[in-house]
Design a protein around this ligand. Sequence first.
Ligand code: NAP
Length: 281
Amino acid sequence: MDIIDGKAVAQKYKDEIADFVQKRVEAGLRAPSMVTILVGNDGGSIYYMSNQKKLCEKLGVKFRDIVLDENISEDELLEIINKLNQDEETDAIMLLVPLPKHINEKKITSFISYKKDIDGLTDINCGRFYKGEKSFIPCTPKSVLELIKSTGINISGKNTVVLGRSNIVGKPVAQLLLNENATVTICHSKTQNLKEICSKADILVAAIGRPGFVTADYIKEGAIVIDVGTTMIEGKVKGDVNFEEVSKKADYITPVPGGVGSLTTTMLIKNVCEASMGNVY
Ligand code: NAP
C-alpha cells in the first residue's frame, strides 16, 4: 500500500507556478494577481484566506484581501465586485463563502466575471464544465483528480464510485472522472446497498463529512481511495475513511490531513495563473 502524499503533489505544482511567474516577470509582464473577498469573520474562511496569502507571497503571485463588515449591503458588495471585474490589474477574484444571511449568495457569485472566477462558482463556468467545455474547475475536485493521476493509473474504463453528491465536491468529482472515461457511480444518503456498490470500486472517492464511515468492508482489494472528508473532532481533523483498516486493503490511499486538503490552495493559485494567461477564456 502506498500513501498518496498531497504535499509532494502540491510541491510539483508550486515549483511550476513559481517558474511560470518568474518567466512572466522576466518577460516584462506583471505577476499574476488575485483578490480575495471576505465578508464577516467566518473562522474557516479566515484560515483559507491566510493560506492563500502565504502561498501567493511564496510563489510571487500578487495577493490582495478585501475584508468587509458583515453588515455590508448587497449593493455595496456588487459595486466592489463590479470594480474588480473591470480592473485590468486583477486577474482573479475569490469570494469566500458562506456570506452573511442577508446577502443572496447566488446573485453575488453570479456577478463575478466568469473570466476571473477561479473557483468556478459562476453559472457560466459551471454550465461549461458540465458540457465538457473549457472552464475554471473548482480546486477541491481538481485536487482529487490530480491525486488519482499521481498514482500513474489509467483512469479510462475504471469502475469508480463517488460517495457524496454536493455541488462543490461530489458532482464535480464525478464529472471530472467521467471526462477521463471512467465508469462513474454517484452514491448519497438514499443509496441502497452502499457497501456492496463501494466494494466493487477500483477508485473510491469519499466526500460525505462522516468521520471514519468508510471501513475495510467497503473496499475492493487493491483499490485507490481518496478521502475528501474533513470533520473537526476534539481539535483534530478527521477524514471519512477509517485509515487504519482501509490502508491494509487499498493499494493507494490519501491521509487526512496531508491528502486532498494539502493540494487545494495550490490548485487555486494554478487557476490564477491560467486566468492571467487568458488560458481558459
Ligand atoms: P455536503 O454538502 O454536506 O454533502 C455531503 C454529501 O454526502 C451529500 O450528498 C449527502 O447525501 C452525502 N452523505 C451524507 N451522509 C451519507 C451517508 N451516511 N451515506 C451516503 N452518503 C451520505 O458536504 P460537502 O461540502 O460535499 O463536503 C463533504 C466533506 O468534504 C466534508 O467533510 C467537508 O468538510 C469536506 N471538504 C473538504 C475539502 C478539502 O479541501 N479537503 C473541501 C471541501 C469539502 P444527500 O445528498 O443525500 O444528503
